[in-house]
Design a protein around this ligand. Structure first.
Ligand SMILES: [Zn+2]
Length: 230
């Protein structure tokens, strides 16, 4: 099946749990000749051989230790699942930051409580993003988004979210473009599989995060509503 990885079929097999899933639910790892031997290819832009895997600590460990990745490398290698996970996380974080700033430049994002309320009232919202410490307003806005059938993503503290947009703090965001919303939702869901939700963005800028090791606990905690937006 690995030799067929570049054809456009909709399903891929996770190299960890061996489940067949739609490719959107998995992350592609591209094979490279040097350690760590596989690098995250979240946007599917790297050619060559690849491996598909759930963004999940357990699946990564299984794939690294029980041969799911080595099979596609076609040689015996020692793989470090935590280094591979760090690479995936760094790439997903850069992707999320790029998506949020891109939406901002395209004026497809409402920033702050008043703008988000307006976006909700006028039906422009496609995805709600709330800071982990957004307090009371968070529940009210999450309930409103829920009523509209919109997905919800939990980001880091409002001071860190604010820094992305050059503000002191930002508690809530509404993404108003369907395509960007879907990509943010997907990247956030993958990220939450490898890091606790609410850890993006970092206090420090993400750039240069490649290979940086995180001291964050690797528990799997999904507080991302995994419902597809309309
Ligand atoms: Zn899996």
């Amino acid at each position: 099946m690995i030799a067929m990885a570049r054809t456009k079929t909709a399903e891929r097999t996770c190299a960890g749990c061996r489940e067949q899933r739609p490719r959107e639910e998995l992350v592609r790892l591209a094979v490279v000749p040097e350690p760590p031997f596989v690098v995250a290819d979240a946007r599917g832009q790297l050619g060559g051989r690849g491996v598909w895997i759930h963004a999940d600590t357990q699946c990564l460990q299984t794939a690294a230790r029980k041969g799911g990745i080595a099979r596609s490398l076609r040689k015996p290698v020692s793989l470090d699942p935590s280094v591979i996970a760090d690479g995936i996380v760094a790439q997903l974080e850069r992707r999320l930051e790029g998506l949020l700033l891109g939406a901002h430049r395209a004026r497809k994002i409402a920033v702050g409580t008043d703008s988000v309320r307006e976006s909700l009232a006028e039906g422009r919202i496609r995805l709600l993003c709330v800071a982990s410490d957004a307090a009371g307003r968070r529940d009210e806005l999450m309930a409103s988004a829920e009523r509209l059938g919109k997905a919800c993503v939990v980001l880091g503290p409002k001071a860190d979210v604010g820094r992305l947009f050059g503000r002191d703090e930002v508690a809530v965001l509404a993404i108003e473009d369907g395509g960007i919303a879907e990509e943010v939702r997907r990247a956030s869901a993958h990220l939450a599989g490898l890091r606790p939700a609410g850890t993006f963005p970092h206090k420090e800028p993400v750039e240069g995060a490649e290979g940086a090791s995180s001291s964050a606990p690797r528990q799997v905690e999904s507080v991302v509503e995994d419902r597809k937006p309309e």
